[in-house]
Design a protein around this ligand. Structure first.
Ligand SMILES: CC(C)(COP(=O)(O)OP(=O)(O)OC[C@H]1O[C@@H](n2cnc3c(N)ncnc32)[C@H](O)[C@@H]1OP(=O)(O)O)[C@@H](O)C(=O)NCCC(=O)NCCS
Length: 233
């Protein structure tokens, strides 16, 4: 047990540059307290002490801002940084060396029963405020970007961002996306005005050339009945 607790502290020191000592990890990381208490409540839950386990986990939530259902299965070296607003549902399964940040929800869609929460495989990072919903698998080594909402399975070694979550990096390679730069799309009204302006410029210069030629030849610049003012508007 002490080896596991010590590994939890090492995980914090490795993954958070702000953690400078064991004392700091023990006293300033509510994520650590929540994980340690979860180990207690998980055992109680499995032993059938469901109400007591839940009551303790709610008390832990009150003190840490982190709600982990006692039924959730969590692997070694799990690190919750900051923690406030984290919710981990009953049938969630979390592998080893997983990191999650504040405001993360690993929840159900509200439509299923039984296994209805995500499975997070080893070495996954779930960014601040991300939401992962339903009985889906986030594959080994993948990253869920801050603020993403993921409702479909993510293969291993991918980065998924946005709402709904879409894979933008797969096995270290950028995934080409549809060009959604709306600001670069042509504006048809402006294009029409540009074309009209171009034609007016050409007509004006042609008119001026004709006028000059007529003056040189000593003939009237405009046909009888059309005045200079009418042509220049
Ligand atoms: C997703 C993340 C892990 C980066 O992963 P990565 O594999 O290195 O991906 P990249 O940085 O190469 O980004 C890939 C693309 O996704 C975009 N992107 C990255 N993070 C994003 C996010 N959270 N939301 C939307 N788009 C994001 C990038 O702009 C980039 O887009 P582009 O291809 O158009 O340039 C990182 O951006 C992130 O969100 N980390 C969470 C950290 C966190 O929560 N910290 C809390 C500290 S308190």
């Amino acid at each position: 047990m002490f080896a596991r607790m010590s590994a939890d502290i090492v995980a914090i020191k490795e993954r958070d540059p702000a953690c400078t000592s064991t004392l700091s990890a023990l006293t300033n990381y509510p994520g650590l307290w929540a994980v340690w208490w979860h180990r207690v409540t998980h055992r109680l839950h499995k032993a059938g002490w469901v109400w007591l386990a839940r009551a303790i986990s709610q008390s832990v939530r009150h003190h840490t801002g982190i709600e982990i259902h006692p039924g959730a299965t969590i692997g070694q070296d799990f690190f919750i940084d900051h923690g406030m607003g984290v919710v981990i549902g009953e049938t969630t399964v979390i592998g080893r060396c997983v990191t999650i940040y504040q405001g993360v929800t690993l929840g159900g869609t509200g439509k299923e029963r039984g296994k209805r929460h995500p499975t997070i495989e080893d070495n996954v990072v779930v960014g601040v405020g991300a939401t992962v919903l339903g009985d889906i698998i986030i594959g080994h080594g993948s990253k869920v970007g801050a603020g993403a909402v993921v409702v479909q399975a993510v293969p291993a070694s991918c980065t998924v961002v946005g709402i709904p979550g879409r894979v933008v990096v797969r096995q270290g390679q950028r995934v080409e996306a549809v060009d959604l730069h709306h600001e670069d799309l042509p504006d048809p009204v402006i294009e029409m005005f540009r074309t009209m302006q171009h034609r007016i410029d050409r007509l004006e210069s042609r008119l001026l050339r004709d006028e000059a030629a007529s003056e040189e030849e000593g003939r009237p610049a405009f046909p009888p009945g059309i005045t200079d003012t009418e042509t220049k508007g």
